[in-house]
Design a binder for this molecule. Structure first.
Ligand code: ADP
Length: 482
């Protein structure tokens, strides 16, 4: 469960980090593209502004000789769409029109500064005058801000996402309104036009909303992470299952070997019969030979019978010796950390516990250890837990509890395996550890007798008792280890 939660947390983190990285990349790209557009727009505007200065300088330089046909400035609006009107003032004239005063002031400023000067700037309506003082004739151009840059070259379309505006002394002419409201990321660009005579600022803003993030790529990445993590989880689950199956197989094999040992005890009575027959035959032969005259033929027959029975007995023994090679568990005692061993034993039966709805509880101090032969100890605990689960299957699901409780008692460590099953009937209790005693359908009745033998082999003991308030308790006592 904890491993699953860790995996889910890792997947969420990985998906979030990857998505953030993808979003960051996309935003950086948007920003770079916007800044490129803004720099191009700034360059175009600056070129135009410089162009206005050049036009005025050229007009001033040409200084017409007189006559209508010698007025090249009148053709300018046709050539340059942003030039709305051209005015000239000859040496003794005044500027025509109702903005004459402003133009005269700008002319004076132009004369002092020795460059073109602005006059009657009307940012809201999008126009201004640019005046160049010269002798004998001064010129003035009325420029349309909206036509400053031809639409074909302009990088911020009117209906585009970016906002672009020209600003002069706090007043603003919108060139493209853009869509800059709402949540998201905002990129700004502001730069002064590179023409001293026309001190306008280009201001551009781009708003990238949440909806414009590369959600498809982010979702694809998250799905890939989820798939990967699900794959890892499945692989881990498979590995755990495989290990558990191998472990059960191993325990089963050890159990079968040891069960054969128990079988030997059960088979002892097989020897009884041939030995009794041998004895009877030999005694008969003895009697027959003592007769006068001795009945040698009959005695020989009895002896042959005895030999045949003795052979049978020896075969039984040989068979037992072959199959009964019980490990000498006492020789291999070693310190064993109890808590971990109990956890391993429970892990093995985890699917069975889940099936029965049993949540086993371990009550054991972390430092508790005992002297045991690990395989034998595992075998005993596995058998006791399996028996407890068999017993628990007999009672309603809501009443199933299983506790493994370990306590140090003097030099010893006592492990109690307690279940809330139907318990042990009083007439059954004294026979529990007999080989082949079983009340279970399909039970061999060898498990507990094997466990008792193994416990004794390790210098310990195994006893059964009633558990309070109900169920059975098996207490395994072994030497403690420090
Ligand atoms: P098997 O499990 O093959 O019957 P065992 O030697 O393990 O052989 O068990 C012998 C008998 O002891 C079981 O048939 C059952 O009657 C009894 N027994 C063992 N453990 C428990 C328990 N936890 N609760 C009740 N009875 C038990």
């Amino acid at each position: 469960m904890r491993r699953t939660l860790t995996l889910i947390a890792a997947a969420v983190l990985l998906a979030a980090a990857g998505s953030a990285w993808i979003a960051r990349g996309a935003l950086a790209d948007r920003r770079a593209a916007f800044e490129t557009d803004a720099r191009i727009a700034h360059r175009l505007l600056s070129q135009r502004a410089v162009q206005h200065e050049a036009i005025l300088a050229t007009l001033a330089l040409l200084q017409p000789g007189g006559g209508a046909e010698a007025r090249p400035e009148e053709r300018l609006p046709a050539l340059y769409p942003q030039v709305q009107q051209v005015l000239r003032r000859d040496r003794d004239d005044t500027w025509p029109g109702n903005e004459a005063a402003a133009l005269a002031a700008a002319e004076a400023a132009s004369r002092t500064a020795r460059r073109a000067a602005l006059a009657a700037v009307d940012v809201e309506r999008g126009r201004f005058w640019l005046v160049q003082a010269a002798l004998p004739t001064s010129y003035a151009l009325r420029i349309d801000l909206d036509a400053f840059v031809p639409a074909g070259e302009w990088t911020f379309p009117r209906d585009g996402a970016a906002r672009a505006a020209l600003e002069h002394e706090g007043r603003v002419r919108l060139l493209a309104p853009g869509r800059v409201d709402g949540a998201g990321w905002r990129f700004d660009f502001a730069k002064h036009l590179a023409a001293e005579s026309q001190p306008f600022d280009l201001q551009a803003t781009l708003r990238v909303g949440w909806g414009e993030l590369p959600w498809a790529a982010m979702a694809a990445w998250s799905a890939a992470v989820a798939l990967g993590v699900a794959g890892i989880a499945a692989w881990q689950r498979q590995r755990t299952e495989r290990r558990r199956a191998q472990e059960l197989l191993r325990l089963g094999q050890v159990g079968r070997l040891n069960a054969l040992g128990e079988l030997a005890a059960g088979m002892a009575h097989e020897l009884n019969q041939p030995l009794t027959a041998v004895l009877a035959n030999v005694q008969a032969a003895e009697r027959l030979l003592a007769d006068e005259p001795p009945e040698t033929d009959t005695a020989r027959g009895a002896m042959a019978q005895a030999v045949a029975q003795a052979r049978r007995a020896s075969e039984v023994l040989a068979r037992l010796r072959r199959t009964v090679e019980r490990p000498e568990v006492g020789a291999a005692l070693q310190p064993l950390a109890l808590g971990a061993a109990l956890k391993r034993a429970l892990d093995l039966v985890e699917p069975e516990c889940r099936r029965l709805g049993v949540a086993p509880r371990i009550d054991c101090e972390a430092t508790l250890a005992l002297q045991a032969e690990p395989v034998a100890f595992e075998q005993i605990v596995h058998n006791l837990i399996s028996n407890a689960l068999h017993a628990l299957a007999e009672v309603p699901a809501g009443e199933r509890t299983l506790v493994l409780q370990a306590r140090a008692e003097g030099e010893d460590v006592v492990l109690a395996v307690r279940d809330s099953g139907p318990g042990i009937a009083p007439e059954v209790l004294p026979r529990l550890f007999e080989p082949f005693f079983s009340t279970r359908r399909g039970g061999l009745g060898l498990g507990l007798s094997l466990c008792e033998t193994l416990a004794a082999g390790m210098g310990g003991s195994l006893v059964a008792a009633h558990a309070a308030p109900r169920g059975a308790e098996f207490r395994l006592t072994l030497k403690g280890a420090r």
